[in-house]
Design a protein around this ligand. Structure first.
Ligand code: GLV
Length: 387
């Protein structure tokens, strides 16, 4: 077993093991990737206050996210094509999350279907949907998610149209991968990955193929988004989806104070302050910079979570200290999955947990629910005075 001390170790292994097309899919931001880079850089700009001679025994990172018990405030975010990073990847990630006691969110664009994941887990998971044009397809998805006992619906609200990720175009990203001389040459260097993939039957978008009508190329994320997504989405339609679902709803992709107020008004149970990991609007501010203004506006009305840029337990602690009630990781667990399958996701969670727990102690706290802004050193004007 390789020695893994930080998430970056998993990323190095992941890069070696998984075909280029899928590594690039994960490791891309849109256009110039400015927002993708700044999501992590801005976490680094925040420093922590070292405290001493404080009782650090009996620490806990346990808390609740949307009323559900979690062993630490870190949910696995919905990530498309996860089952291409490692065979049956969504099942592996969901099982690792379940054992660790954190929420797993299944993407609509997953390879394993809702039913596949439900069959291999016992704890209810969260299900993510995009805002699609076809109400019948949405209704059927909701029915399937309800039948699978999903405990929350995560509606992605920042992807009515797809931000361009150059590498996906160059690589001809698809699931399963199209066989070109370049993709075959690259896959021949990824033998263990390929052998595992040959052993599974799950190589297509499991929630879509055979379920959605009128998609010209069901293997392509780009054609699916262009044809099926609702470019005319508005708040009434979001409210309608909430009603159609009838259970807990998390709106993922809120990055603006006005939008956060609307999200609270439609009665979301939580919002995720997010710029989709820098994959949508290039040039948007990082999520961590937008967290405080959004908290000031709606923090007492709706549970506020954060994603985009979290690669360590220190990042989790910073977001929680600023006032978030939960964080989400995407790339950080995908690196683990691609590197070492289920054990790699577990390792990613262990790494983040240890960093969170020890750093919290060094800041003089024993309970993640009690950390506050007092432990942070935030540069003046961090959230910015933008006009
Ligand atoms: C899909 O949500 C993506 O970011 O690729």
């Amino acid at each position: 077993m390789p020695v893994i001390t930080e998430i970056e170790d998993l990323k190095r292994l992941y890069r070696r093991r998984v075909p280029r097309m899928f590594y690039d899919y994960t490791e891309s931001g849109s256009w110039s990737e400015q927002t993708f880079r700044e999501n992590s850089w801005d976490f680094d700009r925040i420093r922590l206050r070292q405290r001493i001679a404080v009782d650090m025994a009996n620490r806990t990172t346990k808390t609740k996210m949307i009323g559900e018990d979690v062993s630490m405030p870190v949910a696995l975010a919905p990530v498309g094509l996860t089952g291409m990073q490692s065979a049956d990847g969504e099942i592996k990630a969901a099982r690792a999350a379940e054992t660790f006691g954190v929420p797993f969110t299944l993407s609509t664009m997953s390879i394993c279907s809702i039913e596949d994941v439900a069959e291999h887990t016992t704890r209810p998971f969260w299900f993510q949907v995009y805002t699609l044009k076809d109400d019948d397809f949405m209704r059927r998805l909701f029915d399937r998610a309800r039948a699978a006992k999903c405990s929350a619906l995560v509606i992605t609200v920042d992807l009515q149209v797809l931000g361009q990720r150059h590498k996906d175009i160059v690589n001809g990203l698809s699931a399963p991968p199209k066989l070109t001389t370049t993709s075959i040459a690259n896959m021949m260097t990824k033998v263990p990955w390929g052998l595992e993939m040959l052993r599974t039957k799950r190589r297509f978008f499991g929630n879509i193929v055979g379920h959605a009508k009128g998609v010209s190329d069901p293997s392509s994320l780009a054609s699916w988004t262009a044809e099926a997504f609702d470019p005319s989405l508005d708040w009434n339609r979001i409210a309608k989806f909430k009603e159609m679902w009838g259970g807990k709803v998390i709106l993922k992709g809120v990055l603006d104070v006005e939008d956060a107020k609307k999200a609270a008004e439609v009665g979301a149970d939580a919002i995720v302050v997010s710029n989709h990991g820098g994959r949508q609007l290039d040039g948007a501010l990082s999520s961590i910079r937008m967290l405080e203004p959004i908290l000031q506006a709606v923090g007492d009305k709706v549970e506020v979570h954060l994603d985009s840029g979290i690669r360590s337990g220190q990042d989790v602690l910073k977001a929680m200290a600023m006032g978030a009630r939960g964080t989400w990781i995407g790339r950080a667990y995908v690196y683990g999955l691609g590197a070492m399958g289920e054990a790699g996701v577990t390792r990613a969670l262990e790494v983040i947990h240890k960093e969170l727990d020890t750093t919290m102690a060094l800041c003089g706290h024993r309970d993640v629910e009690e950390v506050d802004r007092d432990i942070l050193l935030v540069p003046k004007g961090f959230s910015g005075d933008w006009a």
